[in-house]
Design a protein around this ligand. Structure first.
Ligand code: HEM
Ligand code: MTE
Ligand code: MO
Length: 477
């Protein structure tokens, strides 16, 4: 049989354009896909992989994990990668701490690949009251840790050193599931940086440039944190000594430092707090990106405290010392800049302010005059269990208003409105105008309202961005 041509990585790398030919590698084989590029259902994106490996790109687009895709690829095989280069690819993979991250849904808008941060397209977000897990926004600071559920332990300590006689509790996943009653809560998570891109337009801020979809809603099931703390030896007499519950993730940076955060002990112990050690999301095991096998769900509280891949819980006198509790996720005056900021002076964000945004139509959309009307859709939510009671919508930049219809769901119990409300309004197109500025603003049951503009709430980290949301569209005559 004719011997198979062997190519080095250098030779493959030379073929990265339509002029020089487009070569890629996949599982140690080399393919000349020049002819296929114009036929590719996914368009030009295919050129991103030119001269290199397909695996990292296919890992992003799940559509390729199908038999017929491999069949197409096999038609273009021209040879094999040299053994030494193959080995380099393997070691490169194992050196990359992100190589074991899960495959993600291709619809997600990726803000950062390593670590993985992504939000769903806004139009998809408001299609479902319960956000499907695959498109639920993902906010990772570090590589996704590989946790073996069979050897997983959750360590719980109550005031170590202060409470003699209390031994730390260590629970297997099975014990967490069987020793404690299972509770289910529907709760919205929102990143403190949601809508940061609007702040960035006022003046540059530091952080991922989130659009309006760093927020999602899911059903979470697990044990109540309170039940676990009581099992670990927490007693009401300790209330003067203990103030906070710290959480440690199992995801670590190169120095071994883990992600961490804390919440007030009151929230954890309150019967109405609904803080869960969740092992299920939307009725299934937690997905890897969302904290498998166990995460904390702290309803009404900023995303950052909902620690994923939970390894350790500590009831303590102090807040978590982690970077993310002490030197990040805090709000400041527009007057504070990076030269003057003192993170010790501001409290860590816990409950979030009232929020809403328009998911449809999209910025820049063309509306057809003949349709006579426009359908506006969006979400609204407030922190701390406060319920959104009204959403106002304007088609003229805020001069006149209409009240949107809130999706009727189950009426939440007072102080426990953890889930967002989707809303919509169909309004007739105002005659004569070719440009509409659609605006929304929400009101919660404490009558908290959103500020009308971004500039007065601008802050150097771009957090707590909750001004009226504005979308400009044109009407085609
Ligand atoms: C879709 C083949 C490389 C991005 C597809 C589909 C095929 C295909 C058959 C349609 C799948 C289906 O719907 O059943 C290939 C082959 C490739 C290649 C043979 C390499 C030789 C890439 C690369 C990227 C990419 C490198 C990205 C960097 C996409 C996207 C879609 C797609 C985004 C979805 C398009 C849509 O449904 O809108 N590809 N692909 N592909 N591909 Fe590729
Ligand atoms: N927990 C761990 N262990 N590591 C993290 O990077 N990110 C936090 C929080 N919990 C994070 C974490 C932040 S900032 C947010 S907004 C939420 O997780 C996002 O949760 P999600 O990815 O499930 O949407
Ligand atoms: Mo976040």
């Amino acid at each position: 049989p004719p011997s198979i041509p062997i190519f080095t990585q250098d030779e493959v790398t030379k073929h990265r354009s339509l002029e020089d030919g487009v070569w890629v590698t996949y599982q140690g084989s080399v393919y000349d896909i020049t002819e296929f590029v114009s036929m590719h259902p996914g368009g030009d994106k295919i050129l991103l992989a030119a001269g290199g490996a397909l695996e990292p790109f296919w890992a992003l687009y799940a559509v390729h994990s199908q038999e017929h895709v491999l069949e197409i690829l096999s038609e273009y095989k021209v040879g094999e990668l040299s053994a030494s280069d193959r080995q380099k690819q393997e070691t490169g993979k194992s050196l990359d701490p992100y190589s074991t991250d899960p495959i993600r849904h291709p619809a997600l808008h990726v803000n950062s690949l390593k670590p993985f941060n992504a939000e769903p397209p806004a139009v998809i977000l408001s299609d479902n009251y319960i956000t499907p897990s695959a498109i639920f926004f993902k906010r990772n600071h570090l590589p996704v840790p590989q946790v073996d559920a069979n050897i997983y332990r959750l360590h719980v300590e109550v005031l170590p050193g202060v409470t003699p006689g209390v031994t730390p509790l260590s629970l297997s996943l099975d014990e967490l599931k069987t020793r404690f009653p299972k509770h289910t809560v529907t709760a919205t998570l929102q990143c403190a940086g949601n809508r940061r891109s609007e702040m960035n337009k006022v003046k540059p801020v530091k952080g991922l440039n989130w659009g309006i979809a760093a927020i999602s809603n899911a059903t979470w099931s697990g044990a109540k944190l309170k039940d676990v703390l009581l099992a670990a030896g927490y007693r009401p007499e300790l209330a003067q000594l203990a103030c906070h519950v710290q959480f440690e993730g199992m995801d670590r940076d190169v120095t071994g430092t883990t992600y961490g955060a804390s919440i007030p002990l009151n929230k954890a112990l309150s019967d109405d707090g609904d803080v869960l050690l969740a092992y299920q999301m939307n009725g299934e095991d937690l997905p890897a990106d969302h904290g498998y096998p166990v995460r904390v769900v702290v309803p009404g509280i900023v995303g950052a405290r909902n620690v994923k891949w939970l390894g350790r819980i500590l009831v303590s006198q102090e807040e978590s010392r982690s970077h993310w509790q002490q030197n990040d996720y805090k709000g400041f005056s527009p007057a504070t800049d990076w030269d003057t900021v003192d993170f010790k002076l501001a409290p860590a964000i816990q409950e979030l302010p009232v929020q809403s945004a328009i998911t449809q139509p999209a910025e820049g959309a063309m509306l057809d005059r003949r349709a006579n009307e426009v359908r506006v859709k969006g979400y609204a939510w407030s922190g701390g269990g406060r319920e959104v009671v009204r959403v106002d919508v304007s088609l003229d930049g805020g001069q006149t208003w209409k009240v949107a219809n809130l999706q009727s769901g189950e009426k939440p119990q007072p102080g426990r409105a953890w889930a967002w409300k989707l809303w919509e309004l169909t309004a007739s197109l105002p005659p004569g105008t070719q440009e509409l500025e659609i605006v929304c603003k929400a009101v919660d049951n404490s009558y908290n309202m959103q500020p009308d503009t971004v500039a007065p709430i601008w802050n150097l980290r771009g957090v707590l961005s909750n001004a009226w949301h504005r979308v400009k569209v044109t009407v085609k005559e």
